[in-house]
Design a protein around this ligand. Structure first.
Ligand code: HSE
Length: 310
């Protein structure tokens, strides 16, 4: 059996809609072996929200890899040990998909090279901002082209990531349906400037720029009705000294970049702001994951969870 650990991810980071994503220190583990028929077991966080059959994203990715390497008759026994809250904007299904693809490639003789795997997981997920950082770790800016993904990877330093995770789910499909067909040109210009600033700030360490650089007009305003308390959670994070804050992916989690020593206090303030809006939430002070998907020995113990900030 091959086991692959894959990090959670936060996509968009404010203005970088469908293009920018960051790997975080929560993870899921996908273990895979050949089997005469499909078997899918899910353990850990959010098992009720994760498919238990061949429609599981990791299973679908594993089957996709099998087709690509001319093993279309292959079936698998798949086990997921999960610590990523699903349907919360933390890239849970992208992590599973990446785990399934990497594990299947390993199990079937590593016929796919790293760039093929990157293109495959980004295409399967439909956009690169969760799948690419889940595979590669760090911060990835990527865009899909007819020739495949064009991407750059950065390693932000001396930065913590506070997340407040509400106790309700938002499906990415529903959150994408909330988006308009067209946006005003001035809003596109607003985001071009902010996303350039965001990447410059994260590349150079000029984190004081993140307060402005994480503002967005392409998706967050259209999704805020799905996340009661969003604005006050962002304000609470900034008031406690966060560099910047935004919706994580399509929500409902809110993410803040913080100085290392203030991360726990900021995470707790974000959770309290959710609770003042009537939303139960958990909060974590996370690190940036710089490793991405990695093959692990299958020792059979559940993936380590991280205690939330109290
Ligand atoms: N960029 C995607 C979206 C991320 O915002 O819809 C989904 O996690």
């Amino acid at each position: 059996m091959i086991s692959v650990r894959v990090p959670a991810t936060s996509a968009n980071l404010g203005p970088g809609f469908d293009a920018v994503g960051l790997a975080l220190s929560l993870s899921t583990r996908i273990s895979l072996d050949r089997s005469p028929e499909p078997v899918v077991e899910v353990r850990g966080t959010g098992v009720d929200l994760i498919p238990h059959g061949p429609e599981h994203p990791a299973y679908r990715a594993a089957r996709f890899v099998a087709e690509m390497v001319d093993e279309s008759d292959a079936h698998f026994h798949l086990i997921q040990d999960n610590s990523i809250p699903p349907a919360r904007g933390l890239g849970g299904s992208a992590a599973a998909l990446v785990g399934g693809a990497v594990a299947a490639n390993d199990l079937l003789g590593r016929a796919l090279a790293a760039p093929d795997l990157l293109n495959l997981v980004c295409e399967l997920d439909g956009h690169p901002d969760n799948a690419a950082p889940a595979l590669l770790g760090g911060l990835v800016i990527g865009t899909l082209t007819p020739e495949g993904i064009s991407s750059v990877r950065l390693e932000p330093r001396n930065l913590k990531v506070a997340v407040a995770v509400p106790d309700f789910a938002v499906s990415t499909t529903a959150a994408r349906r909330a988006l308009p067909e067209k946006v005003p040109h001035r809003d596109a210009v607003f985001n071009v400037g902010r996303s350039g600033l965001l990447l410059g700030a994260l590349a150079t360490g000029e984190y004081h720029l993140l307060r402005v650089a994480m503002q967005d007009r392409l998706h967050q305003p259209y999704r805020s009705h799905l996340v009661p308390g969003l604005e006050s959670v962002i304000e609470a994070a900034l008031a406690q000294g966060a560099y910047g804050a935004s919706l994580s992916g399509s929500g409902p989690t809110v993410l803040a970049f913080t100085p290392e020593r203030r991360a726990s206090r900021i995470a707790a303030a974000m959770r309290e702001a959710f609770e003042e809006s009537g939303v139960e939430a958990k909060a974590w002070a996370l690190d940036v994951d710089l490793t991405g998907a990695r093959v692990e020995p299958p020792e059979g113990v559940p993936s380590p969870g991280l205690a939330p900030v109290t």
